[in-house]
Ligand binder design. Structure first.
Ligand code: FES
Ligand SMILES: [Fe+2]
Length: 383
């Protein structure tokens, strides 16, 4: 976020009043509870948002060298992205063309070829079939191409997007709807991957987003952990098409208001979150970047990956220790305060006893998030 934008956000906060009412949205929203429990809605979301995509697969810095790879599953489609020797990327269906075994798990690097764990069919990094063991007379009458199925991948501003369901090209800047300038200013391509941790939770994928989209709960749910430091009255919301920027901020941000604009800076006070629908949230936190990725497993189970990144390399041992401690703290707060409560909410909504939930004007990012999803489901595509 460039200096001019930081100053503009600071001004909005300064002018919003002591209770931050000036940051509130234009309207509240009543949302059917079935949005979190209905299997048909879940299936539609998976097809429209996750299979048709695009979805954020990861960052350039996580998959930088030839042979580095990332895997993920969207609407049950297993995807692998591999950095090619010429520096380009390939995204492919992570399933062997013999009888469908998965080829790679998790993330890694240094790959020269892919080898199937079942009967050892092997593939080049670009997905072309390399060899089939004991093949003489065994597959000589097979005429179909047995290279891995290719899907669309695009890389821009240090972000890697895939379209799990097809090879239809991805226009990243059009998809980001104006967020590209902000994102480019963080120089994400120069960031260094420090660590990624994966957890699974018994909640609908949208509840993971919900808990990050407002500061209203800080004073109560995070009474001991975050409330002494962070303002709980509101957060700055700005839409980018279906995506959004949400800025939470520290109480001592008021110290910045008195400075001349040329010396003002938002980043040391703000939790600057870019929600990139449908599956990611990129967050600049004081002096580093965090990336949250969400993979819905079924209507009430979600896999959550949390990644911490250094702004720039090379990474010293001291910086790595500091950032890993940050990640510990982040996962402690979300893992013991936010997500367990979201699991309880999921159970309450599953009971059918609550026909709807209410998102207030104090939660404008939450309202926009759900409006964007419902609009995408109605239109059959996001954005
Ligand atoms: S399923 Fe991969 S080699 Fe048989
Ligand atoms: Fe929280």
């Amino acid at each position: 976020m460039d200096h001019e934008r930081q100053v503009a956000v600071l001004r909005r906060i300064a002018e919003s009043g002591e209770r931050r009412v000036g940051l509130f949205g234009t309207h509240s929203r009543v949302q059917p509870a079935s949005t979190y429990t209905d299997v048909d809605q879940f299936a539609l979301e998976q097809r429209v948002l996750f299979r048709n995509g695009p979805v954020l697969m990861g960052l350039t810095s996580e998959c930088a060298e030839s042979g580095a790879y990332l895997t993920a599953t969207f609407d049950r489609v297993p995807i692998v992205v591999i950095r090619q020797p010429d520096g380009s990327l390939r995204a492919m269906v992570n399933a062997c063309r013999h009888r469908g075994a998965p080829l790679l798990e998790g993330r890694g690097d240094g790959l020269r070829r892919l080898s199937c764990p079942y009967h050892a069919w092997s593939y080049e990094l670009d997905g072309a079939l390399h060899a089939r063991p004991l093949t003489e007379g065994a597959f000589d009458d097979v005429t179909i191409d047995c290279g891995l199925h290719q899907v669309a991948v695009a890389e821009r501003h240090g972000l890697i997007f895939v379209r799990p369901g097809s090879a239809e090209p991805i226009d990243v800047d059009a998809f980001l709807c104006g967020a590209a300038d902000d994102l480019a200013s963080f120089d994400i391509a120069a960031s260094v991957h420090v660590e990624t941790r994966v957890t699974e939770w018994e909640m609908n994928w949208k509840l993971v987003f919900d808990t990050f989209t407002e500061s209203y709960h800080i004073r109560t749910l995070h009474r001991e952990s975050l409330a002494p430091t962070f303002d709980s009255h509101g957060s700055v919301f700005e839409p980018f098409g279906p995506h959004l920027l949400n800025v939470g901020f520290r109480k001592d941000i008021v110290n910045e208001f008195a400075k001349p604009e040329a010396e003002q800076s938002l980043l040391p006070y703000g939790t600057v979150q870019y929600f990139l629908l449908p599956n990611a949230m990129l967050c600049h936190q004081v002096d580093h970047l965090e990336l949250w990725r969400f993979e819905p497993i079924d209507v009430r189970h979600t896999r959550v990956s949390t990644t911490v990144l250094a702004d720039v390399g090379p990474l010293s041992e001291r910086t790595e220790r500091y950032l890993c401690k940050n990640l510990d703290l982040l996962l402690k707060v979300t893992g013991t305060e936010d997500f367990p409560l979201m699991e309880q909410i999921q159970r309450n909504l599953d009971s059918g006893a609550l026909p709807e939930v209410v998102y207030g004007r104090i939660e404008p990012s939450l309202v926009h998030f759900h409006e964007s999803i419902d609009a995408a489901l109605a239109a059959g595509r996001l954005g």
